[in-house]
Design a protein. Sequence first.
Length: 248
Amino acid sequence: MFLINKETIAESSEKYLPKKPLTTRKITDMPQEERPREKLLQRGAQALTNVELLAIFLRTGTYGKSALDLAKDLLDEFGNLRSLLKADQKRFCEAKGLGNAKYVQLQACVEISRRYLGECLEQGDALSNPDDTRNFLMAELSGRDYEVFGCLFLDNKNRVIKFEELFYGTIDGASVYPREVAKKALQHNAAALILAHNHPSGVAEPSQADIAITQRLKEALNFLEIRILDHFIVGDGYCTSLAEKGLM
């Protein structure tokens, strides 16, 4: 005669029972004014948090997680929005809820933003639109793991002709060549330049080397009657103007 242990039967039977779905608060259960899409339409994109903006991009969540939950998890995992946007394909696709399709979509959004900022800058006087200049240069140069030195080539009305990256690596007096900068300026028939380079450390304070490079280029290009109007140092989320600091 065998004794039946009711607890053992209960534990065994639980293995074969269908798993209960994870409970999460759906976006559709939220009040209209708190839903990301409706909030954007009513108050504008600037009113949304990073989590809400990312949730709109993701559109759907994963099993047991809404798009808002997934967006929060991703920002926690990557640390911030910048790191997520700058992640390479392999790292991006390793995150739960992401994949090649999302990677392609996000990179397209980033490139659209960059081109939009470039077009905004090209439509007016670069000096009269310092915020547009800053935003464009940050979009181009921030988040790099290495230093990049570039120039905004301007016509005689300070309108942007083109932006070009010229030098890479450790930017110092030995790695920036005035002759190459002058050659590019003449090719573009530029009347003036705005210099820019990034600091991978994220700190946008100009160094003595940055000031010395600026002075060297000013002196060299002065003979060609090409003016250097400013030199921007791009850091993490902001950039510093040497002209505004009186270092030109």
